[in-house]
Design a protein around this ligand. Structure first.
Ligand code: HMG
Length: 384
């Protein structure tokens, strides 16, 4: 039987990084709250000429250089920080990546869950046409108001995945558990550049969603918990994933420690929240940290406020460690340029790049940049 899943995956992030010890000191908060209480040490922050399109295209470029584009028929772009109400970010990325016109381009939205919705749609497309491949891009900039409790959980990042038959990395198994409920825990009105959030409610809603999704997964004939070797979670901040795992352990009777999470928190701790990309950054961190995962089953929990949660599983494919690029993400994270707190606040004050119609300064070191607005239309350019 044909297997379907993630053939390859690549991560990109923003140009800048803000140190959370420095932010805590400036905000008069004990750094332990951010570093230990939230489990975050830094957050990526975009340069004025970066956004979801440039980060997403950068991640996809790395991926497509490895895999080629011959069989790609779809580009599904998942984001909750979209740059236009009508035109999809996928179309901008399509041009930057020089994809052929026969590749369809569409945007998906449901908070952080949209990446998983795109992945599930991609699996269905490949099931129907096993020769087709689907490029899924998850890309977000997480922005909360200055001095808000969400501020230290900002971040930015993109993960691109190629979904295909006979995948090289992770076969996604067919059974999954879903939990959709209308909850006002986090949202971003059309006229706002930062999210509105009820932080405490959002934490409780995330945990409730995991329990509901797990119960649905179990009821639909999912694997018993002792047959799932590793767990990766959506990570708005890494302590949230730890809380979720411990709650699932209590719910299912599995060991009440975090051993099964492996090193899956290590990138998100440095990136901050990357919304749709966050779960898949966690997957990348787990795969990067361990070359002995072939044959192991990974449980993944995706949560998007509002809310939709989904628990599903994937099996790591034999030989993944030979083709996998262990150092690439660590290098991208290390290459970020530090921002002082005052410089970060100045950049944050420019609500969105689209607030200005001037040419944007060239800051990013990445292969693509947002060049400015002309006749109300966004202009992107390649720098390579
Ligand atoms: P807060 O209320 O200011 O923090 O912000 P707190 O008082 O809850 O403290 C956080 C933790 O730090 C606590 O640990 C404290 O004890 C600890 P806990 O009790 O939870 O285990 N602490 C310390 N630890 C060590 N040393 C110290 C110290 N001081 C305190 N000195 C809040 C927390 C989550 C509310 C805030 O960060 C926020 O609003 N974040 C944004 C919303 C969010 O991330 N929600 C998560 C679930 S919703 C979700 O995941 C979806 C999302 O990604 C969006 C989407 O789907 O689109 C957000």
């Amino acid at each position: 039987m044909t297997t379907i899943g993630i053939h390859d995956l690549a991560l990109a992030t923003a140009h800048h990084v803000v140190d959370l010890s420095e932010l805590a000191t400036d905000r008069g908060v004990d750094p332990g709250k951010y570093l230990t209480g939230l489990g975050q040490t830094s957050m990526s922050f975009p340069a004025p000429d970066e956004d979801i399109v440039t980060m997403g295209a950068t991640a996809a470029r790395t991926l497509l250089h490895r895999t080629g584009t011959d069989q790609v028929r779809w580009l599904l772009f998942a984001t909750e920080s979209g740059v236009d109400q009508s035109k999809s970010a996928a179309v901008y990325a399509h041009r930057l990546l020089d994809l052929p016109s026969h590749v369809r381009a569409v945007e998906f939205k449901q908070a952080c869950y949209a990446g998983t919705a795109a992945l599930q749609a991609a699996l269905g497309i490949v099931a129907r046409n096993p020769h087709d491949q689907v490029l899924v891009i998850t890309s977000d900039v997480a922005r909360y108001a200055l001095n808000s409790s969400g501020e230290p959980t900002q971040g930015a990042g993109a993960v691109a995945m190629l979904v295909s038959a006979n995948p090289g990395l992770l076969e996604i198994e067919p059974i999954s558990g879903v939990a959709t409920r209308d909850v006002d825990d986090f949202w971003r009105p059309n006229d706002a550049s930062t999210a509105v959030v009820d932080g405490r409610l959002s934490v409780a809603a995330y945990i409730d969603s995991l329990m509901l999704a797990w119960d649905d997964y179990a009821a639909r004939g999912g694997k018993p918990v002792d047959q799932i070797d590793r767990f990766v979670y959506h990570q708005p901040f890494t302590r949230m994933a730890v809380k979720a795992h411990l709650a699932l352990a209590r719910h299912t009777g599995m060991p009440g420690d975090t051993a099964a999470m492996g090193a899956g928190l290590e990138y998100n701790r440095l990136l901050g929240n990357s919304y749709t990309a966050s779960l898949y950054a966690g997957l990348a961190a787990l795969l990067d940290s361990d070359t002995t995962l072939a044959g192991q089953r990974i449980g993944l929990f995706s949560y998007g406020s509002g809310s939709v949660g989904e628990f599903f599983t994937g099996v790591v494919q034999p030989g993944y460690d030979r083709t996998w690029h262990h150092q690439a993400t660590a290098d991208a994270l290390a290459a970020r340029s530090p921002l002082s707190v005052s410089a970060y606040e100045k950049l944050h004050a420019v609500a969105l790049p689209s607030d200005t119609d001037a040419d944007t300064p060239h800051v990013t070191a990445g292969p693509y940049r947002f060049a400015g607005i002309e006749n109300q239309a966004r202009r992107y350019e390649s720098t390579v």
